[in-house]
Ligand binder design. Structure first.
Ligand code: NAP
Ligand code: MG
Length: 397
């Protein structure tokens, strides 16, 4: 390796898996270079969360980061870790700093079949992570009256629309988005499609929402025509816009192998549908792509707290490390790509192959054993599963 990865360590069971993965699957085979940031809750608390900001800054500087799952503190964690403050979600902080879009894709193996029979390839979901109903203002209307939408410009001029003449009680909601955020969302989607050589689908309800949703559609189209059309054609991929209900119908009939870009709410709902239909959160990768070209790879699941408490009691755990391994391989491959380091890219490919092959040979963790279509599988504990992958990896060389 020539340039270090930004390594963001985390919490609980995934922190345990993190060091096992490094020790068994990475350090023996590559000259691993990282700039290490400990985002474990204790250290975030000690540094007043400065470490999270520093790690995001480093991700921006170096371009590629790999992150372990971290605890987002709640009331129970305040006492458990004796926290000075209820620190914000590190993922939220990093997302805000990198202004990114999150792409989630299932890891497909034979024996863990999606519920939707015709899905042969992964469907990557790209969720816009700013605004709309997640930053709303609401009123519970008590009775008859007129509701208006008013915008006051900085020079005092106003725009005004009547929303509704209420004759009785009701409800009201105001939402917004910004051209800047939609633009960076669009660019992240187009760049990711080019990067992964997959078609990009985008859908909204522009026939009904003629200004709000239509603006999303227009911004995507303008950016595509001005900056991406030629590159898409050269790469042999397509940008395709349709209505959200049409998209849902087409996704169910499709073979997969494309990126589905969704507005914030659609992405929230559809990513849970797509991920559960593909099998398991523990088989889902997640990458945050910033419009300035920085990438942060992680697993889609949390710190697997329940397993960690068993681990602390000395009980055996069977925690699936696949998504965390793929976070590492994703980051190493991207680092290799940016540095023109083919060997590093080959290593990432081989480690991924060893991981899926191990499962396909019937060696897996308990969560997968419960849903596999394979017969006579061997359920391994957390450490033995990683060791089994190492064995497969060595046999592949
Ligand atoms: P979780 O860690 O995703 O785990 C929920 C349940 O899903 C587990 O109890 C386990 O089910 C199953 N599971 C998830 N990942 C698994 C894996 N790799 N292998 C096997 N089973 C797996 O969610 P949580 O326990 O609700 O949250 C724990 C902490 O994670 C919270 O503090 C939360 O803030 C944090 N979190 C962090 C991130 C992130 O950093 N990206 C994301 C989400 C949550 P069984 O118990 O039935 O085996
Ligand atoms: Mg959700």
């Amino acid at each position: 390796m020539t340039t270090p990865l930004v390594e963001m360590d985390g919490d609980e069971m995934t922190r345990i898996l993190w060091s096992m993965i490094k020790e068994e699957l990475l350090e023996p085979y590559i000259d691993l270079k990282t700039e290490y940031y400990d985002l474990g809750l204790e250290h975030r608390n000690e540094t007043d969360d400065q470490v999270t900001l520093d790690s995001a800054e480093a991700a921006r500087k170096y371009g590629v980061a790999v992150k372990c799952a971290t605890i987002t503190p709640n009331a129970a964690r305040m006492t458990e870790y004796n926290l000075k403050e209820m620190w914000k979600s590190p993922n939220g902080t990093i997302r805000a700093a990198l202004d990114g879009t999150v792409f989630r894709a299932p890891i497909i193996v034979k024996g863990i079949e999606p519920c939707v029979r015709n899905w042969e390839k992964p469907i990557t979901l790209a969720r816009h992570a700013y605004g709309d109903v997640y930053k709303n203002t609401e009123i519970k209307v008590p009775g008859a009256g007129k509701a208006e939408l008013v915008f006051t410009a900085e020079d005092g001029t106003q725009m005004r629309e009547t929303i509704h003449h209420f004759t009785g009680a009701g409800i009201l909601q105001g939402i917004h988005n910004t051209e800047e955020s939609i633009t960076s969302f669009a660019k992240a989607c187009f760049n990711f499609a080019l990067d992964t050589k997959q078609d990009l689908w985008f859908a909204t309800k522009d026939t009904i929402s003629k200004k709000y949703d239509h603006t999303f559609k227009d911004i995507f189209q303008e950016i595509y025509d001005a900056e991406y059309k030629e590159r898409f054609e050269a790469a042999g991929i397509e940008y395709f816009y349709t209505l959200i209900d049409d998209a849902v119908a087409r996704v169910m009939k499709a073979k997969g192998g494309f990126i589905w870009a969704c507005k914030n709410y659609d992405g929230d709902v559809m990513s849970d549908m797509v991920s559960s239909a593909f099998g398991s959160l523990a088989m889902m990768t997640s990458v945050l792509v910033s419009p300035n070209g920085a990438y942060e790879y992680e697993a889609a699941h949390g710190t697997v707290q329940r397993h960690y408490y068993k681990y602390l009691k000395g009980e055996e755990t069977s925690t699936n490390s696949v998504a965390t391994i793929f976070a590492w391989t994703g980051a190493l491959r991207k680092r290799g790509e940016l540095d023109g380091n083919q060997e590093l890219m080959n290593f990432a490919d081989r480690l991924e192959k060893a991981t899926t092959q191990t499962i396909e040979e019937g060696k897996m963790t308990r969560d997968l054993a419960l849903i596999t279509s394979l017969q006579d599988v061997t359920v391994l504990n957390s450490a033995d599963f990683i060791k089994a992958i190492r064995k497969t990896f060595e046999a592949l060389s």
